[in-house]
Design a protein around this ligand. Structure first.
Ligand code: ATP
Ligand code: MG
Length: 644
């Protein structure tokens, strides 16, 4: 297989067109970025749409591509760098050390009876053992199901029932803002609640919280690993379409969906994206501030950077706390300088946290190694993008994708052509993605610049995209592929428009639209206008039922630190300014009926605004599935404000 490289000076437009018009040849080339034990016999099997099977007949292994493959060329270079500002620890593992650790962990899983295609549920804090566990599963062909650490027992129990794991891999505790969260009691309770009982529980002991071990079921990793210190566990070659993992969506719009991913397609998609999108190079360092509980953690903390031969930083802690446990809003930039990070990945929600800090912190360290900061997960409003861009002096690249997609759908392919970013837009469709904007009820494609519709993807979907919903093909087809009348397309459930240059703008989720007296307004547009006010740190806008107008906009605003709106007059004044600003910029219809001030907004554990829950509370309805909510007190504050 040939090893492709984009021709110097190639235009992204040509690159994209080839990925669509000559798709199989394009992806056959990309397949050359990874090692195969057996080369694929068929590049794409699209005989059962909307299912797409990539690189059929090929056998490979994610762990081999992430670890073993680099031993000869960079065995002693750093692979995994774990930094915890919670415990004040910092530790680096070379590829060779990682290789040994992963084999030890794999041997433990095998000793506990884990076989190929068995599930291993990983409920872990952001420590090295979590990455060892994921890679160990991949190595032996077990399917990992990482559940965000610290989820309550109810959420964990439902995932244990859904995944039916042979083994649960966990730890004594996590830590957040200096507060220890004991995981073991949560896990014990979850197993008690679940109808499925794992055969064994494997526990990493960080010495943060005491653990009661259940005899015959619970094993300490330390003890078991000691019996396998020199373990040699070869990689199991998997068929490209065998399952690598399942992962749940964030639950922003309702009950989380279990996304199932393949092996070969995913490996190729990640390898290609590291080169074409992130422009990350072997021997460099990648820093993603996400958590392994989310898709970003799978794709761009663990697998993507390692497959590319890069060192990856795994970070436990807040963005505002130093290694000495003292407040330090510059910690991330300190790490960028120290580890010479070239590519960084974070989320708008984290930048909004930093925005409350002194901007001088962004200038304190030498960031000359950094080529770009990618941000994903939520709309990146222009004021936030400008603030971080001016502060860092580094290109900021908005990145639009989903748990389902596995890798970016719309962004800038920095490794192919450094097209300029436009504030407010994630960029253009990535190679392999047939992105369209269609009318929500006719399904008709909207091609006029500025026309607003649903962002959809036409099949066949590229490598790395979800295979199906775990054990529920019918739900996969019905949820995602049948929501647009008369068109079998994948719906992202996001609104968007495209401008004359082909740049897309995401306007929010399809269920986040406000209908004021027959006019449809995106919550995002109103939020963007409000967040431009100097005294606003964060804002959520929801549509609330109104007898007269159908719906009206309600805004919940977190004021900037030091500008706390405490007394009635100041609040009224700021509310008036915000209302006027929206009316001036978007028209009187968009003006919020009320602006309420809160100390924090309700979010999922991954930092996404729970607008549906705010809306339900405002309309005195049941807020629905709240298993992924971060701090229920935020919702209660809103409940008190609106008198529900
Ligand atoms: P659920 O599907 O369970 O409701 P979720 O959609 O929040 O949760 P994710 O897969 O983590 O779960 O998030 C994907 C969604 O996040 C996208 O569909 C989009 O709404 C939003 N999103 C992600 N990146 C961006 C971005 N760069 N700009 C705008 N929106 C984004
Ligand atoms: Mg979603």
């Amino acid at each position: 297989m040939t090893h492709p490289s984009a021709a110097p000076g190639a235009s992204y437009g040509d690159f994209y067109r080839r990925s669509i018009d000559d798709s199989e040849a394009f992806w056959a080339e990309q397949a050359g970025f990874i090692d195969w034990a057996t080369p694929p016999q068929q590049i794409l099997d699209a005989s059962h749409p909307p299912f797409a099977r990539w690189f059929v007949g090929g056998t490979t292994n994610l762990c081999h591509n992430a670890v073993d493959r680099h031993l000869a060329s960079r065995g002693d270079q750093p692979a995994l760098i774990c930094v915890s500002t919670e415990t004040g620890s910092e530790r680096s593992y070379s590829f060779r050390e990682l290789h040994a650790e992963v084999q030890r962990t794999a041997a433990c899983l095998l000793a506990l009876g884990v076989k190929r295609s068995d599930r291993v549920l990983i409920y872990m804090p952001m420590i090295a053992e979590a990455a060892f566990a994921m890679l160990a599963c991949a190595r032996i062909g077990a399917v990992h199901c990482v559940v965000f650490g610290g989820f309550a027992s109810g959420s964990l129990a439902s995932r244990i029932e859904d995944a039916e794991p042979t083994v649960v891999f966990s730890a004594d505790a996590g830590s957040r803002a200096g507060k220890v969260i004991a995981y073991k009691p949560l896990l014990d309770e979850a197993i008690r609640l679940s109808r499925h009982k794992p055969a064994a529980v494997l526990l990493a002991d960080r010495g943060l919280a005491p653990m009661d071990l259940v005899a015959g079921r619970d094993h300490l990793l330390r003890d078991l690993a000691a019996q396998h210190a020199e373990a040699v566990v070869p990689c199991t070659w998997l068929e490209s379409t065998e399952i690598s993992y399942t992962i749940y969506t964030s639950g922003t719009t309702g009950k989380p969906k279990g996304v199932q991913r393949d092996t070969g397609g995913y490996a190729v998609a990640l390898a290609a994206s590291m080169k074409h999108i992130f422009d990350g190079r072997a021997g460099e360092t990648y820093f993603s501030t996400s958590d392994i509980g989310w898709v970003v953690g799978h794709s761009y903390i663990v697998y993507g950077p390692l497959i590319a031969g890069m060192a990856t930083i795994m970070y436990e802690g807040l963005p505002t706390q130093g290694l000495d446990g003292q407040p330090d809003g510059g910690i991330w930039w300190q790490l960028v300088e120290k580890y010479q990070v070239t590519v960084m990945f974070s989320a708008p929600t984290a930048v909004r946290v930093l925005k409350k800090q002194d901007p001088a912190l962004l200038k304190k360290y030498d960031l000359s190694s950094l080529r770009a900061l990618f941000l994903a997960g939520e709309p990146l409003d222009e004021p936030t993008a400008r603030w971080i861009s001016d502060g860092l002096g580094v290109p900021i690249i908005d990145n639009y994708w989903q748990t389902e997609s596995g890798w970016p759908i719309i962004t800038i392919a920095n490794g192919v052509e450094k097209k300029p970013s436009k504030f407010g837009s994630p960029g253009v469709p990535m190679y392999g993605w047939r992105v369209k904007i269609v009318h929500e009820s006719t399904g008709e494609e909207l091609t006029t610049p500025g026309e607003k519709g649903v962002v959809v993807v036409e099949g066949p979907t590229p490598p790395g995209f979800m295979q199906t919903i775990w054990r529920d093909d019918a739900r996969f087809v019905n949820t995602y592929w049948k929501s647009i009348p008369d068109r079998t397309v994948y719906s992202t459930f996001d609104w968007g428009i495209r401008d004359a240059d082909g740049y897309f703008y995401i306007l929010g989720r399809t269920d986040d639209v406000i209908n004021v007296a027959g006019h449809r307004l995106g919550t995002r547009e109103i939020e963007e206008s409000i967040s431009g006010h100097d005294n606003v740190a964060e804002v959520a806008v929801v549509g609330v039922a109104d007898q007269l107008k159908g719906q009206v906009a309600m805004a919940f605003v977190v004021p900037r630190a030091g500008n706390a709106v405490t007394d009635g007059d100041a609040a009224l004044k700021l509310e008036g300014e915000i209302m006027k600003r929206v009316a001036d910029q978007l028209g009187a219809l968009a003006r919020p009926a009320r602006v309420r001030f809160v100390t924090a907004l309700p979010k999922t554990r991954s930092g996404k605004l729970l607008r549906r829950a705010i809306q339900a509370v405002c309309e005195q309805r049941d807020p629905g599935d709240l298993t992924t909510i971060d701090d229920p007190a935020c919702l209660q504050q809103i409940q008190r404000l609106v008198g529900a």
